[in-house]
Design a protein around this ligand. Structure first.
Ligand code: NAD
Length: 327
């Protein structure tokens, strides 16, 4: 079985290459992302392995199917760029539902703390031998409230780490887990009461732009907003409008609506065409990182293992193992 591995980075190769001899698969590592034009590169492969920003739309799904691809291995949890309807009866889509919720949760806490205490600004200043602390004041988070939206695997781990610094945790989820110890409230109450709002639900039609002009208005003026989930949960235009009106103590974003044009690549020599990204980066109270919350050794190892196990299960006729329902 041959796998076409799209959007390959050196760090992906390290972990997959370590395991490949054990599984006996041949892998074609490709630097390109998957799209209508690059689908043809998978000719001769039965599986394609994709990451968060590979776009699998109808045209691409048809092309993959026509050249003999049977299975799509998402080496991530989210699959919002996969047109599941287009894959139905053509491609089996498998994913890694969980690899290290702790990695994302720990990173979420780091982002909240950095945004609060302005560590990103302090770092830039001290590298220029500017040791002034004006403008870097934060607040004590112990005793304050964090509101977690989406209390699944990552949301629950996020609750655990926020409890660790003495914060009160409230949460909102369509399917509350009463055993989690999280106090569930309505979304409105969460916005109203939270000093930190942290997003941990998937990007779906219902959750798109859940942070918008109206919901931002409901939040505290000095709230800290953290998004380590998906960029599309936030209406960036509304966020920028609010930031211009001095809303938010801090905003920490590991994901961005239009990240596929920028993230995971070095764009430092290019002119950035997204006015909104440039604007976001210009706010002193905004911290942006390039989708790295998952990025730990443990996560990469687990991603490689589970992805290859998914293919093994598919080969053994178990097409539902970690499969996403194509409807
Ligand atoms: P999960 O499926 O375990 O939990 C998601 C939770 O969100 C569920 O409890 C679900 O009921 C809830 N939910 C769904 N729609 C909702 C809505 N509209 N409002 C409120 N709650 C809603 O998923 P997880 O493993 O915890 O991952 C959560 C998300 O984190 C993923 O979908 C992915 O987008 C993101 N993620 C980001 C990174 C990163 O590196 N930045 C890494 C992994 C995952």
């Amino acid at each position: 079985m041959k796998i076409a591995f799209y959007d390959t980075k050196d760090y992906d190769k390290v972990w997959f290459e370590k395991l490949l001899p054990e599984y006996g698969y041949e892998v074609l590592f490709l630097e390109s992302r998957l799209n209508e034009k690059t689908a043809v590169l998978a000719k001769g492969c039965k599986a394609v392995c994709l990451f968060v920003n590979d776009e699998l739309n109808k045209e691409t799904a048809d092309k993959l199917f026509n050249i003999g691809v049977e299975v799509v291995l998402m080496r991530c949890a989210g699959y919002d760029k996969v047109d599941l309807k287009a894959c139905k009866k053509k491609l089996t889509v498998m994913r890694v539902p969980s690899y290290s919720p702790t990695a994302v949760a720990e990173y979420t806490l780091a982002m909240a703390l950095s945004a609060n205490r302005k560590m990103h600004r302090a770092y830039a200043r001290t590298r220029d031998f500017n040791f002034k602390i004006n403008g870097l004041m934060g607040t004590t988070l112990k005793g304050r409230t964090v509101g977690i939206i989406g209390t699944g695997k990552i949301g629950k781990e996020a609750a655990r780490v926020f409890w660790g610094i003495g914060m009160k945790v409230i949460g909102y989820d369509m399917y509350p887990d009463e055993k989690s110890g999280i106090e569930y409230v309505s979304l409105d109450e969460l916005f109203e009461k939270s000093d930190v709002v942290s997003l941990h639900c998937p990007l779906t039609e219902e959750s798109k732009y859940m942070i918008n002009k109206d919901t931002i208005r409901k939040m505290k003026d000095d709230a800290i907003l953290v998004n380590t989930s998906r960029g599309g949960l936030i209406d960036t235009t509304a966020l920028i409008d609010a930031l211009e009106k001095h809303k938010f103590r801090g905003v920490a974003l590991d994901v961005y609506e239009e990240e596929e044009d920028y993230f995971f690549e070095d764009k430092s020599d290019e002119i950035i065409k997204s006015d909104e990204l440039v604007k976001l980066l210009s706010f002193p109270n905004v911290l942006v990182t390039g989708h790295q919350a998952f990025f730990t050794e443990e996560s990469l190892q687990a991603i490689a293992e589970i992805t290859l196990n998914n293919l093994k299960a598919y080969e053994n006729g178990n097409k539902v193992y970690n499969a996403v329902e194509c409807k």
